[in-house]
Design a protein around this ligand. Structure first.
Ligand SMILES: CCCCCCCCCCC/C=C/C(=O)SCCNC(=O)CCNC(=O)[C@H](O)C(C)(C)COP(=O)(O)OP(=O)(O)OC[C@H]1O[C@@H](n2cnc3c(N)ncnc32)[C@H](O)[C@@H]1OP(=O)(O)O
Ligand code: NDP
Length: 276
């Protein structure tokens, strides 16, 4: 089924060439959207664009790759000028590009802090501001920011959670400031989402970390980029929902799966009274 509101619309997905962003891009292009995907590596976005433009060549949607580091305002402006002059105003913006490296707070250097905060907070803000000024102030639109779970903090990710908490507050603020222009601003908060690129980012311990994380998920599996994509498309196409955060984590933030495993083990006889 095609969502008629998406056909012919123009979207930007940052980090759209890999992982979660690639899943979002595929769902949008399948629904007939023109999707600009932007990241630092031209090769990553070109490869994904070729794949989707071939796979969906008979549909109305297509993918346009851009080399763009969201921290660099000249690259952001160049991309927006090129995209809008060829494809018209931007209807949807998905701020997905970003991430971090894992490090105890006491060891994060000023450069490391700046690299992560400038990507996830500053880059997100100034791309969003430019899209609003160039397009959405006049034509309306929808913005979705991809965050990470914040309620329990994230040991090892002090720089990134600080930036994401900033974006969460930013989304609520912009939802109010830009509501009168027909612009909605929401957040999607992924749980642990498996993709080759996400796992690789954590080096040799990546596979073990993701395997361990699975034990915390009540639905019994890690999330997929497609799980996030459906939530993003919902947020993009629901203009009366604004200033909200949608958690997509298979129930892991409920935090009670260990308790249930113990209780269930007792009830089914798998856990014995004298087990350590
Ligand atoms: C029961 C257990 C459960 C545990 C479950 C855990 C599961 C894993 C986590 C799940 C959550 C997943 C969240 C995700 O976000 S997955 C996304 C994966 N992808 C990314 O994160 C991509 C991120 N990359 C970037 O955005 C950039 O590369 C980054 C901002 C990180 C860096 O920017 P840049 O490349 O421009 O940086 P520079 O090379 O210029 O370096 C600047 C300073 O930063 C330091 N740095 C950079 N990278 C690293 C690194 N990998 N390790 C350490 N330090 C790094 C660098 O040294 C510079 O600082 P100094 O000048 O002081 O040296
Ligand atoms: N996977 C997970 O479990 C979770 C992921 N997230 C968040 O979801 C988002 C996507 O992550 P995921 O798909 O898992 O991992 P990926 O590593 O596959 O995605 C990160 C993407 O961001 C792009 N990117 C990084 N820095 C920049 C920049 N300065 N300018 C433009 N693009 C940039 C990367 O492309 P390039 O390297 O070419 O620039 C890459 O495509 C990230 O913000 C991540 O932190 C949040 C919670 C959990």
């Amino acid at each position: 089924m095609l969502l008629s509101s998406l056909v012919g619309k123009t979207a930007i997905v940052t980090g759209g060439g890999t992982g979660i962003g690639k899943g979002i891009t595929e769902l949008l292009v399948k629904q007939g959207c023109k999707v600009a995907i932007a990241s630092r590596s031209l090769q990553k976005v070109e490869t994904a664009a070729q794949e989707f433009n071939h796979k969906y060549k008979t549909g109305e949607g297509h993918v346009i790759p851009y080399q763009c580091d969201i921290r660099k305002s000249d690259q952001v402006e160049e991309m927006l000028d090129s995209l809008t002059s060829t494809h018209g105003p931007i209807d949807y913006l998905v701020n997905n590009g970003g991430g971090q490296f894992i490090m105890p707070a006491e060891m994060i250097s000023p450069n490391g802090w700046d690299a992560v905060v400038n990507t996830n907070l500053r880059g997100t803000f100034f791309l969003t501001q430019s899209v609003f000024k160039k397009c959405m102030k006049e034509n309306g639109g929808s913005i979705v920011n991809i965050l990470m779970e914040l309620h329990g903090g994230w040991p090892g990710f002090a720089h990134s959670v600080s930036a994401r908490a900033g974006v969460e507050a930013l989304s609520k603020t912009l939802a109010v400031e830009w509501g009168e222009y027909g612009v909605s601003v929401n957040n999607v908060i992924p749980g642990i989402i498996y993709s080759d690129t996400a796992v690789q980012n954590y080096g040799p311990f990546g596979p073990k970390m993701f395997r361990e994380a699975k034990k915390q998920v009540p639905v019994g599996r890690l999330g997929t980029p497609e799980d996030i994509a459906v939530a993003v498309v919902f947020m993009l196409t629901a203009p009366y929902v604004t200033g909200h955060s949608l958690v997509v984590d298979g129930g892991s933030s409920l935090g009670t799966v260990h308790w249930w495993n113990t209780v269930n083990g007792m009830l089914t006889g798998k856990v014995k009274p004298d087990d350590p």
